[in-house]
Design a protein around this ligand. Structure first.
Ligand code: RB5
Length: 150
């Protein structure tokens, strides 16, 4: 699977850990940065990953900032993005099964390495259930068509 990944400085260390998980699964990684713990602005990286997913250049995305909230707000501004901030395995699984989330967001200052790695693995492996959930996602997409460009 082709996975785009990005973080700000507060998520950098966890991004490097999650990249090792992706390498272990033989996923193709598109790392948009950041490349160190020097202070940067999370929207620059959140928009980049969200655009790659929105434009079909990556199948899924993973974003990490300190809380995960800034990246969630950012990514969900981009058309076609359903970014889910997950703090545990239940929310990670439900975000795939019911919401077909295409970006996983993690909080680098909130979630420890071991749990975050397990969340990422589980999230990537959990399929969308479709059915009644598709209709609800379609309602979001329909609203986007009338309000977001392009
Ligand atoms: C950076 O200090 C911090 O504000 C950012 O990583 C994030 O937590 C925002 O949601």
């Amino acid at each position: 699977m082709k996975v785009a990944i990005g973080s700000d400085h507060a998520g950098y260390a966890l991004k490097e850990d999650i990249k090792k998980v992706l390498e272990g699964r033989n996923d193709t990684i598109v790392d948009v940065g950041t490349g160190s713990e020097s202070s940067v602005d999370y929207p620059d990286f959140g928009i980049e990953v969200a655009r790659l997913v929105s434009e079909g250049k990556a199948e899924k995305g993973i974003l990490i900032c300190g809380t995960g909230i800034g990246m969630s707000i950012t990514a969900n501004k981009v058309k076609g993005i359903r970014a889910a901030l997950a703090f545990d395995l239940y929310t990670a699984v439900q975000s795939r099964k019911h919401l077909d989330a295409n970006i996983l967001v993690l909080g680098g200052r909130v979630t420890g390495k071991g749990l975050a790695e397990e969340i990422a693995r589980t999230w990537l492996d959990t399929p969308f259930e479709g059915g009644r959930h598709q209709k609800r996602i379609d309602k979001i997409s329909d609203w986007e068509k009338g309000h977001l460009s392009p």
